[in-house]
Design a binder for this molecule. Structure first.
Ligand code: NAD
Length: 260
């Protein structure tokens, strides 16, 4: 379905981004992956995408918390792929603290990566999509783009910002063949959440699996984690012809978190 489409997925050396890159490649898209990690593991992932799915896969390294680096990353990705049709703004980090204790540099870091990188990446990628009259921008927001939790001021502010930016991007490009939507996951068991499970286990003096159950039962009525593969399938849907008229929307996959 996505043969000859060129996709860039930020923060795709791990978790949700990696699953997005794999699902897009499984459907025929050439991909750029990005993110931090052990170079030999990243090379294995990149080569694995090419071998498994018979697509072209590139790794482009960049610290997307820097504005210029993000814009340069998009240009380098477009050079590697020969253009950009799909951009998944996925890279993100978390920090938890009460507002009065929240370190300024952690606030700045979360806003820079989780919100500003979406702006810079989108701004740099749009001209490539406009050239072709077709494009898909998929912003990985969160249930925290719709509702709040205590101790997550920067993350919740950034994700609400991403939901707003998604709508502006959709409006500015309406009718051009370019859509922009947000995916809002609930709990997904990735390294980002594993850290929070470990912190809860330590705080409550319980084992990891009990802490995982506690985390789910506080927010996610299904009591099951969303899988990265389910999110990848949602991204593939957003790239399909069936989603041509879906723009500015939130696709919520959260086991019922925001239903109550
Ligand atoms: P993760 O920690 O597994 O992966 C994050 C990715 O971002 C990694 O590839 C990492 O190397 C990369 N990254 C980190 N800092 C970077 C930087 N400065 N520049 C470039 N890349 C950088 O996390 P995840 O859970 O897969 O999260 C992915 C996205 O999904 C995030 O935006 C997160 O907010 C969102 N999300 C996650 C959950 C969840 O429950 N895991 C829920 C809702 C939304």
């Amino acid at each position: 379905m996505l043969k000859n489409k060129r996709a860039v997925v930020t923060g795709s050396t791990s978790g949700i981004g990696l699953a997005m890159a794999r699902e897009l490649a499984a459907n025929g898209a050439d991909v750029v992956i990005n993110g931090f990690g052990d170079p030999s593991v990243i090379e294995q992932e990149r080569a694995g995408l090419e071998q498994e799915f018979a697509v072209r896969a590139h790794y482009v390294s960049a610290d997307l918390s820097q504005a210029q680096a993000t814009r340069d990353f998009i240009r380098q990705s477009a050079d590697a792929l020969g253009g950009i049709d799909i951009l998944v703004n996925n890279a993100g980090i978390q920090h938890t603290d009460r507002i009065e204790d929240f370190p300024v540099e952690r606030w700045d870091a979360v806003i820079a990566l989780n919100l500003s990188a979406v702006f810079h990446g989108t701004a740099a990628a749009l001209p490539y999509m406009q050239q072709n009259g077709w494009g898909r921008i998929i912003n990985i927001a969160s249930a925290h783009g719709q509702v709040a939790s205590a101790n997550k001021s920067a993350y919740v502010a950034a994700k609400h910002g991403v939901v707003g930016l998604t709508k502006v991007t959709a409006l500015e490009n309406a009718g051009s063949g370019i859509t922009c939507n947000a995916i809002c996951p609930g709990w997904v068991r990735t390294p980002l959440v594993e850290k929070q499970i470990q912190a809860l286990a330590k705080k409550e003096g319980v084992d990891i699996e009990e802490a995982a159950r506690m985390l789910l039962s506080e927010k996610q009525p299904s009591l099951q984690f969303v899988t990265p593969q389910q999110l990848g399938a949602a991204a593939v849907y957003l790239c399909s012809d069936g989603a041509d008229q879906m723009s500015g929307a939130n696709l919520t996959l959260d086991g019922g978190w925001t239903a109550r």
